[in-house]
Design a protein around this ligand. Structure first.
Ligand code: M6R
Length: 360
């Protein structure tokens, strides 16, 4: 069942190239470079979208927010389901809610869905488990096609959610006419290359993760820093490390460091940064220099041609624009996996956690 891998988590991380392909099967016209999502076309274009989810699915939603806003022009608000359900949110005519859940059974997310339905708001469910409660109760469901995820730590599900969110942003953009043709063509061409790029890179990523985990598993705390679309990835990197290795980790928007958290930096408090080649690279670089000025050690995911002077630059091959996240995500997952395995933790069944959180 583990297909020769030591843990389900590792197997599921390595399944991500196939997951990307499966998520797009039948949903992209590669020749015309168009997305086909009849599930979305059945509904009007939302005036405003509320994404509601928990944990890793919430991070995927945060990542998708930028794409949906930038490409389709639809305003998006992303919220943790346990907050959304108790704050009497303002939902107006034409608003829509997108609930994201791997299991489709998360109690808080299901409660958020029911609030929207009670108010007459259309609900889109983005789920992995066919026939789950969220899939059944949504007005329309889009399945992520990740296949069963056994490990408690969610990995390939996030990759599948990000893939579908990218397709959704493109599908809405077609209807709002907000996206330049060349961006659409670049995005779809980039998507067509992604699985192959990731497949090639995963073995190298694993050995890099292994050596870094050996060096850093004794740390008691970690920062994960990123900006823009790398900020949700930083949150996800920190969540993964906490969840399976029990090392305290905080995900932070790197521009916020100087507003307090930088006080924690010392030689024993390392930082794992996302410094990819995007429009915020130079900002992240200077945030990292501030960390280094306080003697903090830095591991940084970067692309070829970077000019960072950090302790451990970890070079990833470059994908198109926002699709670089699909290469950064497994690097973060593998780092946590290798740290937890090195420390002898129960990787697939971390203490105090369940795969589906069906109680609030
Ligand atoms: O099944 P869901 O996507 O609704 O689950 C949400 C969270 O419980 C889940 O992502 C959790 O944070 C994971 N264990 C993280 O690895």
């Amino acid at each position: 069942q583990k297909g020769g891998y030591k843990h389900f988590m590792l197997k599921e991380i390595f399944e991500q190239p196939r997951v990307i392909t499966d998520c797009m099967t039948g949903r992209v016209d590669w020749q015309r470079k168009e997305v086909l999502l009849p599930e979305l076309d059945a509904l009007p274009v939302p005036k405003r979208l509320h994404i509601v989810a928990c944990g890793t699915s919430y991070h995927a939603g945060m990542w998708g927010q930028t794409l949906i806003e930038n490409w389709s022009g639809i305003p998006v608000n992303v919220e943790i389901a346990s907050e959304f359900r108790y704050r009497d949110p303002i939902l107006q005519e034409g608003d829509m809610i997108l609930v994201i859940s791997q299991s489709g059974e998360t109690a808080d997310t299901l409660a958020g869905l029911r609030i929207a339905k009670d108010r007459g708001i259309n609900v889109i469910g983005l789920c992995n488990v066919v026939g789950s409660s969220i899939a059944r109760e949504s007005d329309t469901v889009i399945y992520t096609q990740a296949g069963p995820e056994i490990s408690v730590a969610s990995t390939k599900a996030m990759c599948s959610q990000m893939t579908v969110l990218t397709l959704m942003a493109l599908a809405w953009a077609r209807r709002t006419n907000a996206l330049a043709d060349d961006t659409r063509v670049n995005a779809i061409t980039g998507l067509s290359k992604l699985a192959g790029q990731l497949e090639m890179e995963l073995p190298r990523m694993r050995s890099e993760a292994q050596s870094l985990a050996r060096l850093y598993s004794t740390a008691r705390s970690f920062f994960f820093l990123g900006r823009g679309q790398c900020y949700p990835l930083a949150l996800e990197g920190a969540l993964k490390l906490k969840e399976i290795s029990y090392i305290h980790a905080e995900g932070y928007a790197s521009g916020e460091m100087k507003h307090g958290p930088i006080a924690l930096i010392d030689p024993d408090f390392p930082t794992f940064a996302l410094a990819l080649n995007d429009h915020l690279y130079s900002k992240v670089k200077s945030n990292l220099e501030e960390v280094q000025a306080r003697s903090g050690k830095v591991i940084a995911l970067a692309n070829p041609g970077h000019d960072l002077k950090v302790d451990h630059p970890w070079i990833l091959p470059e994908a198109w624009g926002p699709l670089n996240a699909f290469l950064a995500l497994p690097a973060l997952q593998l780092f946590s996996y290798e740290a937890a395995d090195y420390l002898g933790k129960d990787v697939d069944q971390p203490r105090n956690l369940a795969k589906s959180v069906t109680v609030e």
